[in-house]
Design a protein. Structure first.
Length: 164
């Protein structure tokens, strides 16, 4: 569906330990044939590389960034501070506070630097990818149709549910 070969969506996460959840974002993007890249970048452990990556993303043809982190989850905010691309934050579930820490750290951005924050964990990972698809679909009619078809199939699956 892409107009060019390079990645249109960047999926970044604070740690390799986030991948088990964030692979759902990658898998969802892949279902829609959206070229994307996945990387580990930490706002705290690799601050310079993170800001450089965010600052260069637009010039590389990336159109949406998904950023996931847990705990003191500053990654999405830091990325958003260095780009005007849409940034969707996915709070990771944590052992200590079940992701409430990640949610608050991601969602409570100061006015002026937006992060569209999704649900904690897997639903957030999937929905971040679907939102990225919706953003890309505004200028890609074929992708818009795929999204419509996905919604129809999803609804049909719900309506055909059988109960014991
Ligand atoms: C965050 O700290 C990461 O996004 C991860 O969710 C959390 C724990 O990271 P590890 O200690 O497992 O690397 O920065």
């Amino acid at each position: 569906m892409s107009k060019k070969a390079g990645p249109l969506v960047a999926v970044v996460m604070g740690s390799k330990s986030d991948w088990d959840c964030m692979r759902h974002a990658s898998e969802t993007l892949a279902k829609f044939d959206i070229v994307h890249e996945c990387r580990v970048l930490s706002a705290h452990r690799t601050p310079r590389e993170t800001t450089a990556y965010a600052a260069k993303a637009e010039g590389r043809g990336i159109e949406v960034i998904i950023a996931a982190a847990g705990g003191a989850a500053h990654l999405a905010g830091v990325v958003a501070a260095h780009t005007i691309l849409p940034v969707f934050g996915v709070p990771m579930e944590t052992p200590s506070l079940k992701g409430l820490d990640s949610l608050l750290a991601t969602v409570q951005m100061p006015g002026g630097i937006p992060v569209g924050t999704l649900a904690i964990g897997k639903p957030g990972a999937i929905n971040a990818a679907l939102l990225a698809a919706s953003v890309l679909a505004t200028s890609r009619p074929a992708l818009r149709e795929k999204l419509r078809q996905f919604r129809q199939e999803q609804a049909a699956g719900v309506l055909s549910s059988t109960l014991p």
